[in-house]
Design a protein around this ligand. Structure first.
Ligand SMILES: Cc1cc2nc3c(=O)[nH]c(=O)nc-3n(C[C@H](O)[C@H](O)[C@H](O)COP(=O)(O)OP(=O)(O)OC[C@H]3O[C@@H](n4cnc5c(N)ncnc54)[C@H](O)[C@@H]3O)c2cc1C
Length: 519
């Protein structure tokens, strides 16, 4: 290997994976530069500011706080040096469009709702959630406890053995500590759908424990049951909102700001508005060319840009590990149709996080994975951070974004988007009781084409590779290139996978691999 700790490292892309790798490398004394195509780092966690509204454009759920604690701790800090966390209660509200089996006033802790749907609040209090489950199905309270016990066991075992631990090949899995984990093997191969059916008959209860799959970009039938660990993250560890200690808007943007502060403290150079157009291996190090014609000669490259884009678009064919057929054949996480809305007045019907579930859950997932179409009966997520944070909307206004997961394969011309936008606004009114149409003062759309343009996202995916069985753990593309020396990858396409906490860990693994090879 040619690397050493006095090597120069260029990181292509400033998402969470790139930022994390940069901090870990700089902390070890390496000269690191992040080269980011957009106007700011953060990647999918970009911010949009319009007329006093501040929107998190991508991630908005702060989950698994221990991962962030561990990250900052590595550098002698704690999250509270940068932001305070508020635990949300309820964690979120669910509107089931299928209103059978309950009414809003029966199950919601909020005010009487005008919605036509069945409404439940998932509380920060586990006992209340147990009672909620029991109210849908006799014995489901006990089953809920049993489900969470399994989920916690899988979470702890997974984090220790293959999330914090990087196991890139089959031989890394022949490990006595893994053999001891008993049920792991079986649970890995069963689908989430099969797993939850073992616990709950009621479809709404199945959906409540399955919704966290959206964080993994999969469906109940294509995601392995080991990911029931996400329920531990949700029900037990909690859902939080970060607020910067020195004031200003909170949200995931505040976490990006914190890591940028840390990176600068550690000496990382960050260059924005600089798109990489070519990465080529040279006898010594790399040639990295940017759109402005500038040429750099780093010793090591860490690509945080979408993996397929980095290999297929930036590198010559003989330096790629995979051909176009490989990438065509992958299962991608959905794209998303997003509406960022500045709204006059309040929306008391909604919580900070609200989910609207379709009448036919199976058909909705078919529209995404089996037979791509704009969903007629969509499932979607509504985020209202101004419920918690005054700094994200002007006084007397609401900051609201709507996120509808959709298939990556769809055309999204303006006419289609406008029709769909009207449909979503009407669906929100019908199912949550919130009339938005005449109150919207700021409106921006973001869809498949923008994911492709803004982030160079393959097929316009919002999150990269879904966590299907054949795209889990060492079956995901590796952090260290097998085709080119001193080339590494980090972020949601690689291991451990998608989501902000996972990408932070991925950056740590990439930095460790660089440093390991330099010894
Ligand atoms: C709408 C949405 C909602 C989400 N919600 C959540 C959530 O609530 N909680 C959660 O934990 N996760 C959530 N996620 C997932 C999470 O945001 C991602 O998994 C994570 O942020 C991805 O980080 P990454 O390291 O893969 O880098 P990315 O964020 O993908 O960043 C890669 C960077 O590379 C840059 N780049 C690309 N090509 C080039 C080039 N040629 N030259 C230079 N730079 C380039 C891009 O501009 C980008 O900044 C959400 C994602 C989306 C899209």
């Amino acid at each position: 290997m040619t690397t050493s700790t006095d090597a120069e490292v260029t990181i292509v892309g400033g998402g969470f994976g790139g930022l994390s790798a940069a901090c870990h490398l700089a902390d070890a004394g390496v000269d690191v530069t992040i080269v980011e195509k957009n106007e700011a780092v953060g990647g999918r966690a970009s911010r949009l500011e319009r007329d006093g509204f501040v929107f998190d454009m991508g991630p908005s759920w702060y989950l698994m706080p221990e991962v962030f604690e561990r990250f900052f701790e590595h550098f002698g800090h704690e999250p509270e040096d940068y932001y305070e966390l508020e635990r949300l209660d309820p964690h979120y509200r669910i509107f089931f469009k299928d209103s059978e089996a309950g009414s809003a006033s029966e199950r919601s802790s909020g005010q009487a709702l005008q919605a036509e749907s069945d409404v439940v609040d998932i509380s920060a209090n586990r006992n209340e959630n147990r009672e909620l489950f029991e109210s849908y199905e006799d014995g489901a309270g006990e089953a809920f406890d049993a489900y969470l016990t399994t989920s916690q066991r899988h979470y702890e075992m997974s984090m220790e053995n293959f999330v914090y631990e990087y196991r890139p090949s089959w031989k890394d899995w022949i490990d006595p500590s893994l053999m001891k984990t008993g049920t792991l093997g079986l649970k890995l191969f069963q689908s989430m759908q099969g797993h939850v059916e073992d616990y709950f008959e009621n479809e709404k209860l199945q959906q409540i424990v399955q919704y966290t799959l959206v964080f993994l970009g999969g469906s109940p039938s294509n995601t392995p049951a080991i990911y029931n660990m996400m329920s531990h993250a949700d029900f037990n560890l909690g859902v939080y909102y970060p607020q910067p200690v020195d004031g200003g808007p909170g949200g995931i943007g505040a976490v990006v700001d914190a890591i940028v502060d840390l990176a600068e403290e550690l000496g990382v150079t960050i260059e924005t508005d600089t798109e990489v157009t070519e990465i080529t291996r040279r006898k010594d190090g790399f040639l990295v060319e940017t759109a402005d014609g500038d040429q750099r000669r780093p010793d090591v490259v860490v690509a945080n840009a979408d993996y397929a884009h980095a290999e297929q678009d930036l590198m010559p064919a003989h330096e790629r590990q995979y051909d176009a057929g490989y990438w065509d054949d992958r299962t991608y996480a959905p794209s998303a149709f997003l509406l960022y809305l500045g709204v006059e007045g309040e929306v008391p019907e909604l919580e900070h996080h609200s989910l609207v579930f379709p009448t036919d859950w199976g058909e909705y997932f078919d529209d995404i994975f089996e037979d791509p179409a704009w969903p007629e009966d969509p499932s979607y997520y509504l985020c209202v951070p101004s419920e918690t944070d005054d700094a994200v909307a002007p006084e007397g206004h609401t900051n609201l974004f709507a996120l509808v997961p959709i298939a990556t394969e769809l055309d999204d011309p303006q006419e289609t988007r406008d029709r769909y936008r009207d449909k979503i606004i009407a669906d929100i009114a019908e199912n949550t009781g919130v009339e938005l149409e005449d109150r919207i003062v700021v409106e921006e759309q973001f869809s498949i084409s923008e994911f492709a343009d803004r982030y160079n996202a393959t097929k316009g995916t919002a999150m990269g590779l879904a966590h299907t069985l054949r795209q889990t753990a060492m079956l995901r593309p590796p952090i260290e290139s097998s085709a080119v020396e001193d080339l590494y990858f980090t972020g949601g396409y690689s291991t451990p996978g998608v989501g902000v906490p996972m990408c932070l860990i991925s950056g740590e693994h990439a930095a460790e691999a660089v440093l390991e090879n330099s010894r």
